[in-house]
Ligand binder design. Structure first.
Ligand code: EPU
Length: 420
């Protein structure tokens, strides 16, 4: 249990200008990708979050020379001294994206021994498709207790994913970048961070084509050189700030984002009656009247992101009418709604669907964050509610949102930490 709780006095519309930080899930793929380089790489616009801190520890642990400057959002990493292919479970279980060490080390050394990943408890999160991908490229893969062992010279091949997997797509891209021959990933994920990884690899001299479509073609190259690269803005943080602005009936402009990444959310907010306008790299969200209920079904990009389902369904608890929220990606991503019942939310959960009967008021109550986006959803709930909401275990939020409390406070929110 965390040693502090977040206390939010709700009912204050968020107003003003804010900015979005570098992408969590992008940074988590780009940092291990540095292992494929034969020279120093510099990553800019890294979010100052727990997942990035853990990855920097892992890179140092396996022998990289890391100069990480969180205040400048920059890390210069020299992978040349790295010679260790073993990453223990005691560190890999602190985050999900530690599984990218497998693809990156296989691509670099043809060998990897990496502990099982941790990450948010949002359902069963198997690893079988990553393993199938590595095997298709010629690796021998064994699961040994808490560790996955993989070995073999990477040879280009076709990889067919039975279902779309973001992590699997990224891991196979890492393993294939320096493989002997051409690899083609079919039914690939199209998320913005898959495209950003391809751009980073190509900036190092890789030959990756088709990222952003469902077929990615990778011509393996022998060497990758150093690069300086800027991480794209966080799509999910942008969406969370948009939802928080709308939920509090506020008026917020979010700078430094990529509006085209937000189209599925923008469409739903417009359907609810929220005013959304955008320019090249900013989005303004305003609410002038009550919200209408809408139905949501999570899907892979460019569909509605599962990572925004939680904050969005929190907001729908106060929309006029019944909303149906269907979660198709992870089976256990409604825990925040159970917590919100204590705040007055009326929710009926049937398997993959939550039926939300919007109420006119939510009331502050003690609630518990169970995972990263559940934490963000409860922050949205607290900002909307009358009275004080106390969020226990808010540490999850720090894994994925850079300085969220400060950003919300600057927009007028009454949010503070209290020791317990
Ligand atoms: N799946 C399998 N087998 C596999 C891999 C995935 O059955 O080998 C299933 C999963 O169980 C899930 C679906 O395929 O039902 C999609 O999973 P995916 O592999 O796409 O998810 P992930 O790589 O584990 C990443 C993000 C998640 C985000 C999902 C979906 C990172 C580190 N994590 O997870 O982010 O929800 O893609 O977009 O990039 C978060 O940021 O809060 C978060 C959970």
């Amino acid at each position: 249990m965390d040693h502090y709780k977040l206390c939010i006095t709700g009912g204050i519309p968020l107003v003003g200008e804010t900015y979005v930080s570098g992408g969590k899930n992008t940074a988590c793929a780009l940092i291990p990708a540095v292992l494929l380089s034969d020279d120093v790489c510099t990553l800019e616009n890294l979010p100052d979050i727990e997942d990035v801190h853990v990855l920097m520890e892992i890179m140092e642990l396996i022998g990289c020379k890391v100069d990480y400057r969180p205040d400048d959002k920059t890390a210069t990493i020299d992978p040349r001294p790295s010679c260790d292919v073993t990453v223990p479970y005691s560190i890999t279980n602190r985050m999900r994206a530690s599984y990218y060490l497998l693809g990156a080390l296989l691509g670099r050394c043809g060998k990897a021994e990496v502990g099982y990943p941790g990450g948010c408890a949002i359902g069963n999160r198997p690893f079988d498709l990553h393993i199938k991908g590595f095997r298709a490229l010629g690796a021998r893969v064994e699961e040994r207790g808490a560790t996955i062992f993989a070995e073999g010279e990477m040879i280009g091949n076709n990889v067919f994913f039975d279902r779309i997997t973001v992590g699997g797509t990224i891991n196979v891209m890492l393993a294939a970048a320096k493989a002997n021959g051409i690899s083609v990933i079919h039914n690939a994920a199209r998320e913005p961070h898959v495209v950003d990884l391809a751009n980073f690899l190509n900036s190092m001299g890789a030959k990756v084509k088709g990222a952003g479509t469902d077929t990615i073609r990778i011509q393996g190259v022998e060497h990758l050189h150093g690069s300086t690269y800027t991480v794209i803005p966080d799509q999910i943080e942008t969406g969370t700030l948009m939802i928080a602005a709308a939920a509090t009936r506020g008026d917020v402009t979010i700078h430094g984002c990529i509006p085209t990444h937000m189209e599925s959310l923008t469409a739903k907010l417009l359907e609810m009656g929220v005013l959304v306008t955008d320019s090249d790299d900013a989005i303004r969200v305003r609410t002038v009247r009550g919200h209408r209920a809408v139905n949501i079904k999570t899907q892979e990009y460019p569909g509605f992101p599962t990572d925004l389902q939680q904050p969005m369904s929190a907001m729908l608890c106060r929309a006029g009418g019944n909303s149906m929220v269907t979660e198709t990606i992870f089976e256990d991503r409604f825990k925040h709604l159970n917590e919100m019942r204590r705040m007055g939310a009326r929710v009926n959960i049937l398997d993959k669907t939550a039926v939300i009967d919007g109420v006119t008021e939510l009331y502050g109550a003690p609630v518990k964050a169970t995972d990263l986006r559940a934490g963000a959803a409860l922050v949205v709930a607290g900002l909307m509610a009358k009275g004080v909401t106390e969020i226990y275990d808010p540490g999850f939020i720090e894994r994925g949102y850079e300085h969220l409390e400060e950003k919300l406070r600057a927009l007028g929110a009454d949010i503070r930490r209290e020791e317990i």
